[in-house]
Design a protein around this ligand. Structure first.
Ligand SMILES: Cc1ncc(COP(=O)(O)O)c(C=O)c1O
Length: 403
């Protein structure tokens, strides 16, 4: 067992050795530029890129010609949301998104507000779900785009994508989703969900960092689109720049592997996750699950250990790589904007840890983490006079301790 035990898979995952193996020839032997149309090096690279594109498109319910490779989900989110705001300026200037989105969506929207767009940041319920009727009511004549994340990176909430897609279709607005935490973990089908665009990043599902994609469904409604990066006209002019061939091959391989083992992996990870939660609840008390019990990412566990400050707890868990709040999205030490959007008590926001299980997490590691967390929480609570006061609150207010 490697120490620290890695339980931060929402931030990133290691490259699967099987993915690496497929990538390696494209660093050395088959290093050509797919844009070199005059010789074999270019053709080999192009064939590999187009093979990966076709395979990715098939997995997500899109057409190969509608998959654009980017450096990751942040770029894909920026590219699509800014591109649509610019391209559809004549049609409207209103965008709808969620308060619990990743910063790469929220900050993009803030920039667009400065450029004259109106943005509605919808609230969520206590488990992080959008209320579809609230979305329907927020769509106005000048609404051009709804951008709602598929699954939340902190609390694992999986949004009712088909219901949202249906509303967007009825109201004739574009529907984009940041599916960074969902792709490779749960089934994602753009056609089924009436999605016009989807963003994701390879390093969340065992491909390398620095590669991701934006997928469109131009068969439905072809939006006018302004590119972020201009130059050699690669990716049909939507994203110029020499393609990251090894990364693209890795992205395709990682998605194939994930699709082939999705059900078993989800069952294994959610089983481990539920076992961790049960142990915390039975051994400690004053433990609250943040996010829903069902419609939740299988690898996600976000729990508040009431009466313990999250950063203090993390510091006493040096042999576990875990995170408080949203470590993957921000270098900002502010309390989690996602937990705040749930409108839960302050004490819950400041005592939350996020555990992220992965394909490589073992039962032995789960046992170790459970044991260490229980010891640390007991120790910190024992030395905290505030905890005794809190226990009285717990007894008198059931609402604080049950999710
Ligand atoms: C939901 C979500 N969206 C977007 C991103 C950004 O991905 P990247 O940093 O690979 O661009 C992340 C993670 O960092 C994420 O969890």
């Amino acid at each position: 067992m490697r120490i620290p035990v890695y339980m931060d898979s929402h931030a990133t995952t290691p490259v699967d050795p099987k993915v690496l193996e497929r990538m390696l020839p494209f660093f050395t032997q088959d290093f050509g530029n797919p844009a070199s149309r005059q010789h074999q090096y270019g053709w080999v690279a192009e064939t590999a890129v187009e093979g990966a594109r076709a395979s990715i498109a098939k997995q997500i319910g899109a057409l190969a010609k509608d998959v654009v490779f980017t450096a990751g989900a942040s770029e894909a989110n920026n590219l699509y949301i800014k591109g649509i705001a610019d391209g559809l300026r004549q049609q409207g200037n209103h965008i709808i998104t969620l308060q619990t989105e990743h910063k790469s969506v929220l900050e993009t929207c803030r920039t667009l507000e400065k450029r004259g767009c109106r943005v509605t940041y919808l609230g969520v319920d206590q488990d992080g779900f959008v209320r579809p009727e609230e979305l329907r009511a927020a769509i106005a004549a000048e609404t051009i785009l709804v951008s709602i994340m598929y699954a939340n990176n902190e609390i694992g909430t999986i949004q009712p994508m088909e219901a949202i897609g249906q509303i967007c279709l009825e109201k004739n607005v574009l529907f984009h989703s940041d599916a960074t935490q969902a792709v490779g973990k749960v089934p994602v089908n753009m056609a089924l969900m009436q999605l016009d665009a989807l963003s994701f990043s390879g390093h969340k599902f065992y491909a390398p960092k620095g590669i991701g994609a934006l997928a469109f469904r131009s068969v439905k409604r072809k939006p006018k689109f302004a590119p972020l990066i201009e130059g050699g006209g690669q990716e049909r002019g939507i994203r110029s720049g020499t393609l990251n061939v090894p990364g693209i091959v890795g992205l395709g391989a990682a998605l194939e592997i994930a699709a082939g083992s999705m059900n078993e992996e989800a069952a294994r990870l959610s089983g481990m996750r539920d076992r961790m939660l049960r142990s915390f609840e039975s051994e400690l008390g004053g433990v609250v699950l943040n996010g829903p019990r069902s419609a939740r990412l299988p690898q996600n566990l976000n729990v508040s250990f009431l009466g313990v400050e999250d950063t203090t707890l993390m510091m006493s868990l040096k042999d576990i790589a875990v995170s408080t709040g949203s470590a993957c999205s921000s270098v900002d030490p502010q309390p989690s904007h996602v937990l705040k959007a749930l409108r839960i008590p302050e004490g819950r926001v400041h005592s939350a840890l996020r555990f992220g299980l992965s394909r490589f997490t073992t039962d032995e590691e789960v046992d170790f983490v459970v044991k260490r967390v229980i010891e640390a929480v007991k120790q910190l609570r024992a030395s905290s006079p505030a905890y005794r006061m809190l226990q009285e609150t717990i007894h008198s207010s059931k609402e604080d301790v049950t999710p």
